[in-house]
Design a binder for this molecule. Structure first.
Ligand SMILES: [Zn+2]
Length: 630
């Protein structure tokens, strides 16, 4: 599992691990010479052989290494165990960038626990503990040997805990002496538990990092596990399984699986994007054929490694790569993978994005990078204003068994605006405003992982600058909601205002909303986005169970509308006063809850240009707003 980083370790590093396993389980590891004399006669030749699969569950040719681009490679846990191959045929090892449990190099379940959790059976390992080369080392190279011991029912030498050095304990194996366990090799002849019985510090099931051996007792216990139906271990080495995994005969060379990534997925017309060949499943690629969208320069390429591409029109771009090796070819097409924006800034100063018109949402670029259900989308069942807004759907609606892996935590999704021309604004009189409503399924604050980062770019997405990072109560203002959080008349909306620095006030500034959900997230809503010379906090905020706006304001033709959202239906008394406080018009209007009420203020009310006040009274709840008539 990788995001095209160092965790996407080479085939060679994985092959080195398989070699280590076969050495260690067959007493071929050279470091048995370092085992202290008393244990030398107890070094077992376990006699198990490990082979990388040569056929995947669909019967396709595989080199045994599946490469999955996922955010679950970061802080990996059971939810990261994507695409498990049937454990009756395969032993799955997932390799990650980092583990959620930072004190572990890897972990695995013993057969009794794994039996019912078939979807979590296997090993999850930090990439720097796989093999002995590349991102790993000789020192770290015994980790998978240890974990397979657990998969085959071995405990740590001190028993079934993960804390060495605490208490003398036993692993149920007769020829491994009781021990407290060791996290180093300082005392090779330790006999703490039952003096003078020397403990087996150099055993693979220790934490000593000077581990060179299994004992015959451990061999027997692992052999028993492999002869048991518990967690289908017996099936792993049946003739049928060996044939299904393609390891019953000589290995076959497979054709490549084509893959690529780019150094960025958002850029502008005329800017360069670097494509990188990430094909796998065959180490020696002999040819590559790239095809880019028609407006790309170049439109095709045969570069084996990277290609620099520029586009001359805006929009989503589709690219494909055919990779060829001596064993054949594979092709992949990524639709709408990169977005090319128009760098010419639009003037939106003072415009409020109510999102009642879907075109406002569609003008922004929506990246659901990992193509899952946690993403920004257009919401049409409510809003701070009107009945539509922008949503980040963080609520996990999946059910068992689909929800056993791929949870929201770690995901990243982004909304990027068009380029805006902010050159008419000045620092101190430039604000990014919006209203938001969020909820969580977490019961305690520390379990709220959500964050919303707002960034701007004045370099067409080449670099982004943080404007604000909002987390916890800054975005969760509706508390704990156990079911999916939808907008209704009880929803609390917060006004958000961010002063824009001088550096952001260019003629082509982009803004980005980057949401990162957590496993206990609920939905987040955003409405009334605007860039204005006034901070939203001085505007009238919904404190009365309803909110309204005067549109347009200033009213240029002397004609204006009240747009009103209310949580309770009733009679609205509307009063228009002039700057002297004299009532110049009073009328009633029947307003309905949960729709956008549009109330016309007739032009004949406004006989002069100037400032007016519009007061609304619904069941005794009053709000006033200023209207400028030009
Ligand atoms: Zn362990």
């Amino acid at each position: 599992m990788h995001n095209y980083g160092a965790e996407n370790i080479t085939d060679e590093q994985i092959y080195s691990d398989v070699k280590n396993l076969n050495d260690n389980y067959n007493k071929r590891n050279a470091d048995t010479t370092q085992v202290i004399p008393i244990f030398k006669p107890l070094i077992a030749n376990v006699g198990f052989e490990f082979r990388l699969a040569n056929k995947d569950p669909q019967g396709n040719c595989t080199n045994g290494i599946d490469r999955i681009n996922t955010y679950k490679t970061f802080k990996a846990n059971d939810q990261s165990k994507l695409n498990p191959w049937n454990r009756s045929v395969y032993l799955n090892i997932w390799v990650a960038n980092t583990l959620e449990n930072t004190s572990a190099a890897a972990y695995a379940y013993k057969p009794a626990s794994a039996h019912y959790m078939f979807y979590y059976d296997g090993i999850l390992a930090w990439h720097s503990y796989v093999g002995s080369i590349g991102t790993s080392s000789q020192y770290n190279s015994k980790t998978i040997t240890h974990e397979i011991g657990h998969c085959l029912n071995l405990d740590h030498l001190w028993g079934a805990t993960n804390q060495p050095g605490v208490a003398c304990g036993d692993d149920g194996v007769l020829d491994t002496p009781e021990t407290k366990g060791h996290s180093n090799c300082n005392i090779l002849y330790d006999s703490t538990c039952h003096p003078p019985i020397i403990e087996n510090v150099q055993n693979y099931m220790e934490y000593s990092y000077c581990d060179y051996m299994f004992t015959p007792g451990q061999k027997d216990r692992m052999t028993d596990a492999l002869n048991s139906d518990v967690a289908q271990r017996k099936s792993l080495w049946s003739d049928q399984s060996l044939i299904a995994a393609g390891v019953d005969g000589p290995r076959v060379d497979c054709k490549p699986k084509a893959d690529f990534n780019t150094n960025k997925q958002f850029s502008c017309i005329g800017n360069s994007i670097q494509y990188k060949n990430q094909s796998y499943n065959d180490t020696l690629m002999t040819a590559a054929e790239w095809t880019f969208d028609g407006d790309a320069t170049p439109a095709t390429s045969t570069s084996l490694n990277t290609v620099q591409v520029t586009y001359n029109t805006k929009g989503w771009k589709t690219s494909s790569l055919k990779s060829t090796s001596n064993a054949g070819s594979g092709t992949t097409t990524k639709s709408d993978y990169v977005y090319i924006a128009d760098p010419v800034g639009k003037n939106v100063t003072g415009k409020i994005f109510h999102f009642e018109d879907e075109a406002e949402f569609a003008s922004w670029t929506n990246f659901n990078y990992f193509n899952n259900e946690f993403k920004w989308d257009y919401y049409t069942y409510g809003g701070y204003f009107g009945t539509k807004c922008v949503r980040y759907k963080a609520y996990d609606t999946r059910t068992f068994p689909n929800n056993t892996v791929g949870s929201a935590s770690g995901d990243i999704d982004e909304l990027i605006t068009e380029a805006y021309d902010l050159s008419g604004l000045s620092q101190g009189n430039a604000y990014l405003n919006f209203f938001s409503a969020g909820a969580t399924r977490a019961s305690i604050n520390t379990d709220i992982e959500d964050s919303l980062i707002i960034q701007y770019s004045v370099t067409c997405g080449n670099s982004w600058v943080n404007l604000a990072k909002l987390s916890k109560s800054q975005i969760i203002n509706n508390g704990k909601v156990t079911n999916e959080f939808f907008i209704d008349n009880t929803t609390t909306w917060d006004a958000k205002t961010f002063a824009l620095p001088a550096q952001a006030l260019t003629s082509n500034t982009f803004f980005k909303f980057r949401y990162r959900p957590g496993d206990l997230s609920n939905n987040f809503y955003l409405d009334n986005f605007e860039i204005n010379s006034t901070p939203v906090s001085v505007k009238n905020i919904n404190t009365q169970g309803y909110s309204f706006e005067l549109v347009p304001n200033p009213a240029t033709n002397g004609n204006s509308f009240i747009q009103l959202n209310t949580s309770e239906s009733g009679n609205a008394k509307i009063t228009v006063s002039n700057i002297l406080g004299e009532k110049i018009s009073t009328f009633d209007y029947q307003v309905n809850r949960n729709i956008l009420n549009q109330i016309e203020l007739p032009s004949n009310v406004f006989t002069q240009k100037g400032i007016y006040f519009v007061n609304i009274d619904i069941n005794g709840k009053k709000n006033t707003k200023k209207l400028i008539v030009q």
